[in-house]
Design a protein around this ligand. Structure first.
Ligand code: SF4
Length: 370
Protein backbone atom coordinates (compact mmCIF):
# COMPACT_ATOMS: atom_id res chain seq x y z
CA UNK A 1 0.00 0.00 0.00
CA UNK A 2 1.46 3.34 -1.02
CA UNK A 3 2.30 5.70 1.88
CA UNK A 4 1.82 2.96 4.48
CA UNK A 5 3.96 -0.12 3.82
CA UNK A 6 7.11 1.87 3.16
CA UNK A 7 6.64 3.66 6.49
CA UNK A 8 6.30 0.33 8.32
CA UNK A 9 9.19 -1.39 6.60
CA UNK A 10 11.04 -3.46 9.19
CA UNK A 11 14.47 -3.04 7.61
CA UNK A 12 14.15 0.75 7.58
CA UNK A 13 12.84 0.71 11.16
CA UNK A 14 15.84 -1.27 12.40
CA UNK A 15 18.30 0.88 10.42
CA UNK A 16 16.81 3.98 12.07
CA UNK A 17 16.91 2.26 15.45
CA UNK A 18 20.66 1.61 14.99
CA UNK A 19 21.19 5.21 13.90
CA UNK A 20 19.40 6.44 17.04
CA UNK A 21 21.62 4.21 19.21
CA UNK A 22 24.71 5.70 17.58
CA UNK A 23 23.45 9.28 18.01
CA UNK A 24 22.33 8.87 21.63
CA UNK A 25 25.04 10.07 24.00
CA UNK A 26 25.27 7.50 26.83
CA UNK A 27 26.20 10.23 29.30
CA UNK A 28 22.85 11.95 29.15
CA UNK A 29 19.11 11.30 28.97
CA UNK A 30 16.69 12.47 26.31
CA UNK A 31 13.14 13.17 27.45
CA UNK A 32 11.06 13.61 24.33
CA UNK A 33 7.33 14.33 24.49
CA UNK A 34 5.06 13.24 21.67
CA UNK A 35 2.29 15.80 21.93
CA UNK A 36 -0.30 14.01 19.84
CA UNK A 37 -2.37 11.03 20.97
CA UNK A 38 -2.02 9.54 17.48
CA UNK A 39 1.72 9.27 18.05
CA UNK A 40 1.16 7.75 21.50
CA UNK A 41 -1.05 5.09 19.93
CA UNK A 42 1.56 4.25 17.26
CA UNK A 43 4.40 4.13 19.80
CA UNK A 44 2.57 1.54 21.92
CA UNK A 45 1.06 -0.33 19.00
CA UNK A 46 4.41 -0.88 17.29
CA UNK A 47 6.42 -1.29 20.47
CA UNK A 48 8.76 1.54 19.43
CA UNK A 49 10.04 2.29 22.94
CA UNK A 50 11.51 -1.21 23.02
CA UNK A 51 13.86 -0.54 20.14
CA UNK A 52 15.18 2.73 21.57
CA UNK A 53 18.21 3.00 23.87
CA UNK A 54 17.31 3.13 27.58
CA UNK A 55 18.35 6.76 27.92
CA UNK A 56 15.66 7.94 25.47
CA UNK A 57 12.36 8.33 27.25
CA UNK A 58 9.19 8.99 25.28
CA UNK A 59 6.69 11.00 27.32
CA UNK A 60 3.05 11.01 26.33
CA UNK A 61 1.61 14.49 26.02
CA UNK A 62 -1.79 16.19 26.21
CA UNK A 63 -2.75 15.86 22.55
CA UNK A 64 -5.77 13.58 22.94
CA UNK A 65 -8.78 15.94 22.99
CA UNK A 66 -11.03 13.49 24.82
CA UNK A 67 -8.38 13.07 27.52
CA UNK A 68 -7.99 16.77 28.29
CA UNK A 69 -11.72 17.54 28.47
CA UNK A 70 -12.60 18.29 32.10
CA UNK A 71 -15.45 16.36 33.68
CA UNK A 72 -17.42 19.57 34.17
CA UNK A 73 -17.69 20.13 30.40
CA UNK A 74 -18.92 16.56 29.94
CA UNK A 75 -21.51 17.19 32.66
CA UNK A 76 -22.64 20.42 30.96
CA UNK A 77 -23.09 18.54 27.69
CA UNK A 78 -25.04 15.75 29.38
CA UNK A 79 -27.25 18.26 31.21
CA UNK A 80 -28.14 19.68 27.78
CA UNK A 81 -28.69 16.13 26.44
CA UNK A 82 -31.31 15.42 29.08
CA UNK A 83 -33.47 18.41 28.15
CA UNK A 84 -36.86 17.46 26.75
CA UNK A 85 -36.85 16.84 23.01
CA UNK A 86 -33.17 17.65 22.45
CA UNK A 87 -31.10 15.44 20.15
CA UNK A 88 -27.48 15.20 21.36
CA UNK A 89 -24.90 14.34 18.72
CA UNK A 90 -21.18 13.64 19.13
CA UNK A 91 -18.31 11.65 17.66
CA UNK A 92 -18.15 7.97 18.65
CA UNK A 93 -15.15 8.39 20.97
CA UNK A 94 -17.22 10.71 23.19
CA UNK A 95 -19.84 8.06 23.92
CA UNK A 96 -17.94 6.39 26.77
CA UNK A 97 -16.34 9.48 28.31
CA UNK A 98 -17.42 9.66 31.95
CA UNK A 99 -18.82 12.77 33.59
CA UNK A 100 -19.93 12.77 37.21
CA UNK A 101 -23.36 11.48 36.20
CA UNK A 102 -22.08 8.83 33.80
CA UNK A 103 -21.33 8.72 30.09
CA UNK A 104 -23.44 9.73 27.07
CA UNK A 105 -24.30 6.03 26.72
CA UNK A 106 -25.57 6.02 30.31
CA UNK A 107 -27.67 9.11 29.48
CA UNK A 108 -29.03 7.23 26.47
CA UNK A 109 -29.99 4.33 28.74
CA UNK A 110 -31.86 6.87 30.91
CA UNK A 111 -33.88 7.94 27.84
CA UNK A 112 -31.88 10.81 26.32
CA UNK A 113 -31.73 10.92 22.51
CA UNK A 114 -27.98 10.44 21.97
CA UNK A 115 -26.71 9.90 18.43
CA UNK A 116 -23.23 9.23 17.10
CA UNK A 117 -22.17 11.23 14.05
CA UNK A 118 -19.11 11.08 11.82
CA UNK A 119 -18.93 14.84 11.19
CA UNK A 120 -20.59 18.08 12.31
CA UNK A 121 -22.25 18.20 8.88
CA UNK A 122 -24.06 14.94 9.84
CA UNK A 123 -25.30 16.72 12.95
CA UNK A 124 -26.50 19.67 10.85
CA UNK A 125 -28.29 17.23 8.55
CA UNK A 126 -29.98 15.70 11.62
CA UNK A 127 -31.21 19.19 12.52
CA UNK A 128 -32.58 19.73 9.03
CA UNK A 129 -34.51 16.45 9.26
CA UNK A 130 -35.90 17.23 12.72
CA UNK A 131 -37.01 20.84 12.42
CA UNK A 132 -39.31 20.61 15.45
CA UNK A 133 -36.45 19.59 17.81
CA UNK A 134 -33.23 21.29 18.94
CA UNK A 135 -30.12 19.40 17.81
CA UNK A 136 -26.85 19.82 19.72
CA UNK A 137 -23.40 18.95 18.40
CA UNK A 138 -20.78 18.38 21.12
CA UNK A 139 -17.75 19.81 19.31
CA UNK A 140 -14.37 18.59 20.50
CA UNK A 141 -10.85 18.45 19.12
CA UNK A 142 -7.77 20.53 18.40
CA UNK A 143 -7.22 22.73 15.36
CA UNK A 144 -7.53 19.53 13.31
CA UNK A 145 -11.29 19.14 13.70
CA UNK A 146 -12.20 22.76 14.45
CA UNK A 147 -12.28 23.76 10.74
CA UNK A 148 -15.06 21.24 10.04
CA UNK A 149 -17.11 22.75 12.89
CA UNK A 150 -16.41 26.24 11.52
CA UNK A 151 -17.48 25.29 8.00
CA UNK A 152 -20.63 23.61 9.38
CA UNK A 153 -21.61 26.79 11.25
CA UNK A 154 -21.05 28.83 8.08
CA UNK A 155 -23.32 26.37 6.24
CA UNK A 156 -25.99 26.51 8.98
CA UNK A 157 -26.03 30.31 8.70
CA UNK A 158 -26.23 30.20 4.92
CA UNK A 159 -29.18 27.77 5.11
CA UNK A 160 -30.96 29.75 7.84
CA UNK A 161 -31.18 26.74 10.19
CA UNK A 162 -32.67 27.70 13.55
CA UNK A 163 -32.63 24.44 15.56
CA UNK A 164 -28.90 23.62 15.40
CA UNK A 165 -26.51 24.35 18.29
CA UNK A 166 -22.84 23.70 18.92
CA UNK A 167 -21.30 23.17 22.36
CA UNK A 168 -17.79 24.32 21.54
CA UNK A 169 -14.93 22.47 23.26
CA UNK A 170 -12.24 22.99 20.65
CA UNK A 171 -8.81 23.52 22.18
CA UNK A 172 -5.52 24.90 20.88
CA UNK A 173 -2.23 23.06 21.01
CA UNK A 174 0.33 25.84 21.43
CA UNK A 175 -1.02 27.37 24.68
CA UNK A 176 -0.89 23.85 26.20
CA UNK A 177 2.74 23.41 25.09
CA UNK A 178 3.57 26.80 26.59
CA UNK A 179 1.88 25.81 29.86
CA UNK A 180 3.97 22.61 29.98
CA UNK A 181 7.16 24.52 29.25
CA UNK A 182 6.40 27.06 31.96
CA UNK A 183 5.31 24.51 34.60
CA UNK A 184 7.51 23.98 37.67
CA UNK A 185 7.89 20.24 37.06
CA UNK A 186 8.93 20.68 33.42
CA UNK A 187 11.56 18.11 32.52
CA UNK A 188 11.21 17.92 28.73
CA UNK A 189 14.10 18.17 26.28
CA UNK A 190 12.28 18.14 22.95
CA UNK A 191 8.96 17.55 21.21
CA UNK A 192 7.63 15.31 18.47
CA UNK A 193 5.17 17.81 16.98
CA UNK A 194 1.57 16.96 16.13
CA UNK A 195 1.12 15.96 12.48
CA UNK A 196 -2.63 16.43 12.10
CA UNK A 197 -2.85 19.84 13.81
CA UNK A 198 0.09 21.00 11.71
CA UNK A 199 -1.73 20.22 8.45
CA UNK A 200 -3.96 23.16 9.47
CA UNK A 201 -1.69 25.57 11.37
CA UNK A 202 1.62 24.71 9.63
CA UNK A 203 4.99 24.82 11.42
CA UNK A 204 5.54 28.52 11.96
CA UNK A 205 3.38 28.84 15.11
CA UNK A 206 5.79 26.50 16.96
CA UNK A 207 8.76 28.86 16.57
CA UNK A 208 8.37 30.21 20.12
CA UNK A 209 9.34 26.74 21.44
CA UNK A 210 12.78 27.00 19.87
CA UNK A 211 13.24 30.75 20.30
CA UNK A 212 11.95 31.27 23.86
CA UNK A 213 12.55 27.85 25.40
CA UNK A 214 15.45 26.47 23.31
CA UNK A 215 13.68 23.14 22.74
CA UNK A 216 13.64 21.37 19.36
CA UNK A 217 10.34 20.31 17.82
CA UNK A 218 10.00 18.08 14.78
CA UNK A 219 6.54 17.82 13.19
CA UNK A 220 6.08 14.13 12.55
CA UNK A 221 3.94 11.65 10.62
CA UNK A 222 2.36 8.75 12.45
CA UNK A 223 3.98 5.62 11.05
CA UNK A 224 6.95 3.94 12.77
CA UNK A 225 9.46 5.22 10.20
CA UNK A 226 8.09 8.75 10.60
CA UNK A 227 8.44 8.70 14.38
CA UNK A 228 11.93 7.18 14.38
CA UNK A 229 13.11 9.58 11.69
CA UNK A 230 11.78 12.47 13.81
CA UNK A 231 13.77 11.17 16.79
CA UNK A 232 16.91 11.06 14.61
CA UNK A 233 16.27 14.70 13.63
CA UNK A 234 15.78 15.69 17.28
CA UNK A 235 18.96 13.93 18.42
CA UNK A 236 20.97 15.58 15.67
CA UNK A 237 19.74 18.98 16.82
CA UNK A 238 20.40 18.25 20.48
CA UNK A 239 23.88 16.87 19.78
CA UNK A 240 24.69 20.00 17.79
CA UNK A 241 23.37 22.18 20.63
CA UNK A 242 20.69 23.85 18.49
CA UNK A 243 16.92 24.14 18.80
CA UNK A 244 14.87 24.47 15.62
CA UNK A 245 11.44 23.67 14.29
CA UNK A 246 11.70 21.03 11.56
CA UNK A 247 9.16 19.23 9.44
CA UNK A 248 9.53 15.48 8.97
CA UNK A 249 5.93 15.16 7.68
CA UNK A 250 6.44 17.08 4.45
CA UNK A 251 4.08 14.81 2.52
CA UNK A 252 1.14 16.28 4.48
CA UNK A 253 2.32 19.43 6.26
CA UNK A 254 3.51 22.70 4.75
CA UNK A 255 5.29 25.45 6.63
CA UNK A 256 2.28 27.79 6.40
CA UNK A 257 -0.49 25.20 6.84
CA UNK A 258 -3.91 25.27 5.19
CA UNK A 259 -4.90 28.85 4.43
CA UNK A 260 -8.57 28.10 3.68
CA UNK A 261 -8.99 26.18 6.95
CA UNK A 262 -7.30 28.94 8.97
CA UNK A 263 -9.56 31.53 7.32
CA UNK A 264 -12.68 29.54 8.33
CA UNK A 265 -11.36 29.30 11.91
CA UNK A 266 -10.73 33.05 12.06
CA UNK A 267 -14.19 33.85 10.75
CA UNK A 268 -16.15 31.65 13.16
CA UNK A 269 -14.07 31.45 16.34
CA UNK A 270 -12.33 33.72 18.80
CA UNK A 271 -10.09 32.56 21.65
CA UNK A 272 -11.45 32.31 25.19
CA UNK A 273 -9.53 34.24 27.84
CA UNK A 274 -9.00 30.94 29.66
CA UNK A 275 -10.16 27.31 29.49
CA UNK A 276 -9.87 24.47 32.01
CA UNK A 277 -7.81 21.47 30.85
CA UNK A 278 -8.04 18.19 32.67
CA UNK A 279 -4.82 17.71 34.57
CA UNK A 280 -3.33 21.02 33.48
CA UNK A 281 -5.84 23.45 35.00
CA UNK A 282 -6.79 26.79 33.46
CA UNK A 283 -4.68 27.79 30.46
CA UNK A 284 -5.02 31.32 28.99
CA UNK A 285 -6.13 31.65 25.35
CA UNK A 286 -6.22 27.88 24.95
CA UNK A 287 -9.66 27.25 23.45
CA UNK A 288 -12.08 28.54 20.88
CA UNK A 289 -15.42 30.22 21.56
CA UNK A 290 -18.01 30.97 18.88
CA UNK A 291 -17.96 34.58 17.66
CA UNK A 292 -20.95 36.88 18.11
CA UNK A 293 -21.77 36.66 14.38
CA UNK A 294 -22.65 32.98 14.94
CA UNK A 295 -24.11 33.37 18.46
CA UNK A 296 -27.50 32.00 17.35
CA UNK A 297 -25.83 28.55 17.14
CA UNK A 298 -23.84 28.82 20.37
CA UNK A 299 -25.24 26.29 22.85
CA UNK A 300 -23.58 28.08 25.76
CA UNK A 301 -25.55 31.23 24.95
CA UNK A 302 -28.78 29.70 23.65
CA UNK A 303 -29.15 26.69 25.98
CA UNK A 304 -26.89 27.77 28.81
CA UNK A 305 -24.15 26.24 30.94
CA UNK A 306 -23.78 26.24 34.71
CA UNK A 307 -20.02 26.69 34.69
CA UNK A 308 -19.40 24.04 37.34
CA UNK A 309 -16.21 22.03 37.52
CA UNK A 310 -15.43 18.74 39.22
CA UNK A 311 -12.11 17.18 40.16
CA UNK A 312 -11.12 13.71 38.96
CA UNK A 313 -11.61 10.85 41.46
CA UNK A 314 -9.07 11.14 44.30
CA UNK A 315 -6.81 8.23 43.30
CA UNK A 316 -6.87 9.00 39.56
CA UNK A 317 -3.54 10.36 38.37
CA UNK A 318 -4.65 11.51 34.93
CA UNK A 319 -3.14 14.98 35.46
CA UNK A 320 0.32 13.66 36.30
CA UNK A 321 0.21 11.31 33.31
CA UNK A 322 -0.92 14.13 31.01
CA UNK A 323 2.00 16.31 32.11
CA UNK A 324 4.44 13.44 31.64
CA UNK A 325 5.34 13.45 35.34
CA UNK A 326 4.07 9.87 35.78
CA UNK A 327 3.66 6.90 33.50
CA UNK A 328 0.23 5.24 33.15
CA UNK A 329 1.36 2.14 35.07
CA UNK A 330 2.34 4.35 38.02
CA UNK A 331 -1.34 5.18 38.62
CA UNK A 332 -2.63 2.77 41.29
CA UNK A 333 -5.91 2.35 39.37
CA UNK A 334 -4.23 1.30 36.10
CA UNK A 335 -5.41 -2.09 34.90
CA UNK A 336 -7.22 -2.88 38.17
CA UNK A 337 -10.08 -0.47 38.79
CA UNK A 338 -9.45 1.51 35.60
CA UNK A 339 -9.63 -0.46 32.35
CA UNK A 340 -10.92 0.35 28.85
CA UNK A 341 -14.20 -1.45 29.63
CA UNK A 342 -14.56 0.50 32.88
CA UNK A 343 -12.62 3.76 32.51
CA UNK A 344 -12.20 5.92 35.61
CA UNK A 345 -10.25 8.61 33.78
CA UNK A 346 -10.53 9.84 30.21
CA UNK A 347 -7.03 8.63 29.31
CA UNK A 348 -8.44 5.11 29.41
CA UNK A 349 -11.32 5.91 27.05
CA UNK A 350 -9.92 7.06 23.75
CA UNK A 351 -7.58 4.75 21.81
CA UNK A 352 -5.28 7.80 21.70
CA UNK A 353 -5.19 8.07 25.49
CA UNK A 354 -1.85 7.05 27.00
CA UNK A 355 -3.46 4.67 29.50
CA UNK A 356 -5.69 2.92 26.96
CA UNK A 357 -2.79 2.57 24.51
CA UNK A 358 -0.48 1.16 27.17
CA UNK A 359 -3.18 -1.23 28.48
CA UNK A 360 -4.10 -2.46 25.02
CA UNK A 361 -0.57 -2.97 23.77
CA UNK A 362 1.15 -3.87 27.03
CA UNK A 363 2.28 -7.19 25.60
CA UNK A 364 3.40 -5.70 22.29
CA UNK A 365 6.90 -6.50 21.30
CA UNK A 366 8.03 -4.75 18.19
CA UNK A 367 5.80 -6.02 15.39
CA UNK A 368 8.15 -4.80 12.71
CA UNK A 369 10.37 -7.61 11.55
CA UNK A 370 13.63 -7.12 9.76
S1 SF4 B 1 -5.24 4.56 34.89
FE1 SF4 B 1 -7.23 5.60 34.73
S2 SF4 B 1 -7.35 6.93 36.50
FE2 SF4 B 1 -5.20 6.31 36.28
S3 SF4 B 1 -4.26 7.93 35.06
FE3 SF4 B 1 -4.95 6.38 33.62
S4 SF4 B 1 -7.02 7.01 33.00
FE4 SF4 B 1 -6.47 8.20 34.84
Amino acid sequence: MKFMDEYRDGETVHRLSREISQLADQNRTYRIMEICGGHTHSIFRFGLSQILPGNIELIHGPGCPVCVLPMGRMDEGLAMAERDGLIFTAFGDMMRVPGTTGTPLDAKARGADIRMVYSPLDALETARRNLDRPVLFFAIGFETTAPSTAVTLMKAKELGVTNFFVFCNHVLVNPAIRALLESDDMRLDAFIGPGHVSTVIGCKPYEFIAEEFQRPLVVSGFEPVDILQSIVMILRQMNAGVAKIENQYGRAVSWDGNTAARKALDRVFETRSTFMWRGLGGIPNSAYAIREEFAEFDAEKQIGVRGRSFPDPALAQCGEVLKGVKKPVECSLFGTVCKPENPVGALMVSSEGACAAQYRYSDATTVLRK
